[in-house]
Ligand binder design. Structure first.
Ligand code: ADP
Length: 168
């Protein structure tokens, strides 16, 4: 069974990675679909996001990274996915996600949206939280995959003020 995990991933966080890792244990294949969303003002180009996610998931052989435009349901159909994977953090996610799942169901009744509850340690984490901290040079290595943190600082033209030592 193929699951599509669609999103902006601008940038990918450890919360996203956690959903991808857990999804890859549940499904034969997981496709991470980076949405080319023209209405947003992204920090990273789609091709850069694909490279970041590919590097962060290279330990997961059944995960593939791609990008798409247009309707998620159409892309899901084109790549043979029968499941849309989404993550839920807080109640506000639920409202938005449920509306999206119902809408997608009206567009393709054969496509099931499956929600994975966030792991507790990532329940507060979003791409925007990471960007807010990084623009002031705050520590983000505990929030994003190692290969992504430097990219983000570079984008904001910052060097990190502090690095957290998580092994202590
Ligand atoms: P979108 O622009 O579609 O909201 P995001 O990249 O922000 O894309 O998120 C993609 C999916 O990952 C969404 O279902 C979102 O709820 C989920 N997600 C984001 N952050 C986390 C997290 N920390 N834990 C679990 N799921 C998450």
């Amino acid at each position: 069974m193929i699951a599509l995990y669609p999103g902006s991933f601008d940038p990918i966080t450890l919360g996203h990675l956690d959903i991808i890792e857990r999804g890859s244990r549940l499904y034969d294949h997981v496709i991470v679909g980076v949405l080319c969303n023209l209405s947003k003002n992204p920090l990273f180009e789609v091709s850069h996001r694909i490279a970041q996610i590919t590097e962060a998931t290279n330990h997961l052989p059944n995960v593939k990274v791609d990008s798409f435009t247009g309707l998620t349901v159409e892309y899901a159909q084109a790549c043979g996915a029968t499941v849309l994977l989404r993550g839920l953090r807080v109640l506000s996610d639920f409202e938005k996600e449920l509306q999206m799942a119902h809408t997608n169901k009206t567009l393709n009744a054969g496509l099931e949206t499956v929600f994975l509850a966030t792991s507790t340690e990532y329940s507060f984490l979003s791409s925007s939280v990471v960007k807010e901290i990084a623009q002031f040079g705050g520590p983000i290595d505990h929030l994003v995959p190692a290969n992504v943190a430097q990219d983000i600082y570079r984008c904001f033209n910052k060097t990190p003020l502090v690095t957290l030592n998580l092994t202590e």
